[in-house]
Design a protein. Structure first.
Length: 62
């Protein structure tokens, strides 16, 4: 499981480094990618929790 996160960060960094040929801008792009993925995961989690809450509410009131 840890390798998944490390592999993602390393893969983004290496691809950005290959594209930009500089370490600092490649790292900034990697940080932005990590923030984007984190925000996406939070939004999906909140959506799933909302769906579960609606389902439980419907099951209780039905």
């Amino acid at each position: 499981m840890i390798g998944l996160f490390v592999g993602f960060v390393l893969g983004v960094y290496l691809s950005e480094f290959q594209r930009l040929r500089l370490g600092a801008p490649a790292w900034r792009a990697t940080v932005h990618a990590i923030k984007g993925v984190g925000l996406s995961m939070i939004i999906e989690l909140l959506g799933a929790l909302l769906a579960i809450g609606v389902w439980v509410l419907g099951a209780v009131l039905a």
